[in-house]
Design a protein around this ligand. Structure first.
Ligand code: SAH
Ligand code: SF4
Length: 337
């Protein structure tokens, strides 16, 4: 039997109907499951009885590590089969963002990423993604804080490799009757999984799409991201164009800066030439240290010079990602369970 966290609102209505309960009760059930705005006493005895026979996905905290700056907290969560994953809470000025995992491990094998080094363990179910968000909102409420404002699918795994479960989870997370985080506040980060981006474009929901580029030529990108051989740069950028056209949103191009590998003026110029005239903005991420990869982040001056060249050459916005939670292994690419 599915966990209740696996059910979109429509699916919950159908399930109730099939089991002889009026679909109207789905409203209250969603409020109970996701908002804490009602209690069991607010349900009719029939619905309470129905609920007592159902389960929700359990995510048990194994470890909880706060970063020294107090802005980031990494939770290691364990599901019923013993699989552990990591989920990260980032807070700044009272606004909270969840960095959610979509898989345990990852099959894409990017050389600079700790999750990639682990290999692929398994996909997470929609309920397991929803459970991470629910867990963080409950945690925030217990500390008297505002609920999550943003969700980024940038934890462990390649979200578009687990497309169906991802889409179910995001439908539940964005449903205004429950957790209610608008699609525009949900970001999906992908290694450049072209079939997944195409399906997302067809679905048309305006999630923010972030594409991890990191190389301006196929030879350079192949060396960092093995799946570039399957989904090369020209095809990827064309698919991003289609995504922008369908969703009317700019695509975010993520660029992890690795000293000596992709951080020179020449790299910046070639990246700018690739992106000029496209509906994109660029987000630079200085490399976070991970075991098994001896690359280093560039100096701050180099990062700023790289930013300036792209801004001036391509006339597109370029931001630098805040580095948070590095000391507790909660930064981009450091999650390894
Ligand atoms: N699989 C997805 C989402 C998870 S990784 C993807 O690859 O996009 C989230 C982001 O962290 C990606 O942009 C990824 O390239 C980046 N990243 C991975 N390892 C990193 C590291 N060691 N330092 C900085 N960024 C890293
Ligand atoms: Fe997987 Fe993303 Fe890490 Fe690449 S960077 S191995 S796609 S999680």
């Amino acid at each position: 039997m599915d966990s209740l966290y696996d059910l979109t609102f429509t699916h919950l209505e159908d399930t109730l109907r099939n089991e002889g309960i009026k679909a109207i009760h789905a409203q209250k059930l969603y409020r109970l499951l996701y908002k804490d705005s009602i209690t069991l006493d607010d349900l009719t005895p029939g619905v309470r009885d129905w609920l007592s026979k159902r389960t929700t996905t359990k995510a048990t905290v194994v470890r909880d590590i706060a970063s020294s700056d107090g802005c980031t907290r990494k939770f290691v969560l364990c599901f019923d089969d013993g699989q552990e994953i990591e989920t990260v809470l980032m807070g700044y000025r009272g606004r909270y963002t969840a960095c959610i995992s979509s898989q345990a491990g990852c099959a894409m094998g990017c050389v600079f990423c700790a999750t990639g080094k682990m290999g692929f363990k398994r996909h997470l179910s929609a309920g397991e993604m929803v459970a991470q968000v629910r867990f963080l909102n409950t945690h925030l409420a217990s500390e008297g804080k505002e609920p999550l404002r943003n969700v980024v699918m940038m934890g462990m795994g390649e979200p578009l490799h687990n497309y169906k479960e991802l889409m179910t989870a995001l439908e539940i997370i964005s449903d205004p009757r429950g957790i209610c985080i608008a699609p525009s506040r949900i970001s999906i980060s992908t290694v450049g999984h072209i079939p997944g981006i195409k399906k997302l474009a067809e679905a048309g929901t305006a999630y923010e799409l972030s594409v991890s580029l990191h190389g301006a030529s196929d030879v350079e990108r192949d060396a960092l991201i093995p799946v570039n051989k399957r989904w090369p740069i020209a095809d990827l950028l064309e698919t991003c164009r289609i995504y922008s056209e369908k969703t009317k949103r700019k695509v975010l191009i993520a660029w992890t800066l690795i000293e000596g590998a992709n951080d020179s003026d020449d790299h910046a110029i070639r990246l700018a030439q690739l992106l000029k005239g496209r509906q994109v903005h660029v987000n630079l991420i200085p490399l976070n240290p991970t075991e098994g990869f001896d690359g280093q982040p560039p100096s701050e001056e180099r990062v700023l010079a790289f930013q300036r060249i792209i801004k001036e050459t391509a006339e597109i916005p370029v931001t630098i990602r805040q580095r948070r939670g590095i000391d507790v292994g909660a930064g981009c690419g450091q999650l390894a369970g």
